[in-house]
Design a protein around this ligand. Structure first.
Ligand code: NAP
Length: 222
């Protein structure tokens, strides 16, 4: 039975990854940062581990618990949007730090802990980024800090791939999805997005490492 690790799975896209992977017969290890989230994950049949990606000691604890696990798939889903805002006024330091620490620094701290476990299974390490990160396709500044954080996450993924040549790294856009973050007006159901993302992940080969795709499998402009 293959094993997946989902980082940030208490709700939304992360929780749906847990559901669909369990339904497909995977052994799933999933993280949440509070007891309610951990209970949710256990109810989905996952092994639940506590993790706040903004806390280095929490990540170190996760690394210790994973020990010498071999991961066929790891997905960094944890993310926050922050206060939005645009280029007509500066973000607060608090908002900037919260978004960057969750979306970028957390991934940079997770990679050295988790990528060796993915390499051990010659597996895949996916990161949920966003179309809003695409410098080539940007046509507005709303969500300024979030955009910058996901562009930084993209570079994190692309560059880290060189240090872990036995793992397939990929940056994935889930589309605009109906979750707490995406809101009720988003056109894509979480089930559809995650099923598309899992199909894309399944088709990836080592030669695809360091690529940027959406949930329909299309290559995106960085
Ligand atoms: N929904 C969209 O339209 C959309 C579009 C593009 C990209 N994305 C990306 O997809 C990912 C999932 O988004 P979503 O729509 O499912 O959002 P969501 O419903 O708001 O869920 C966010 C998840 O991230 C977790 N998280 C936040 N801060 C964390 C931290 N410090 N440590 C650990 N976990 C943390 C949350 O845990 P708690 O329950 O503890 O807060 C929750 O499980 C994010 O990276 C987001 O940027 C979403």
């Amino acid at each position: 039975m293959p094993t997946a690790l989902i980082l940030g799975a208490s709700r939304g896209i992360g929780r749906e990854f847990v559901r669909q992977l369990r339904a497909a017969g995977w052994n799933v290890i999933a993280t949440a940062r509070n007891d309610a989230g951990l209970d949710t994950l256990r109810s989905e049949g996952a092994q639940a581990l506590k993790l706040d990606v903004t806390k280095p000691e929490s990540l170190a604890g996760l690394g210790a618990q994973l020990d010498d696990e071999k991961l066929d798939l790891a997905i960094y889903v944890a993310g926050v949007y922050g206060n939005g805002g645009q280029a007509t006024s500066p973000p607060t330091a608090e908002d900037f730090d919260a978004v960057m620490h969750t979306n970028v620094l957390g991934a940079m701290r997770a990679i050295p802990l988790i990528a060796p476990l993915v390499e051990a299974a010659q597996g895949k390490f996916a990161f949920i980024t966003s179309m809003m990160s695409s410098i080539g396709d940007t046509d507005a500044s709303y969500g300024w800090v979030y955009r910058a954080s996901k562009a930084a996450l993209n570079m994190t993924v692309k560059s880290a791939a060189f240090d872990y040549p036995k793992a397939t790294f990929v940056a994935l856009c889930p589309g605009w999805v109906r979750t707490d973050m995406g809101g009720p007006d988003a056109p894509i159901a979480v089930e559809e997005s995650v099923s598309g993302l899992l199909q894309v992940i399944a088709t990836l080969e080592l030669k695809d490492t360091g690529s940027f795709r959406n949930y329909a499998g299309e290559r995106l402009s960085w």
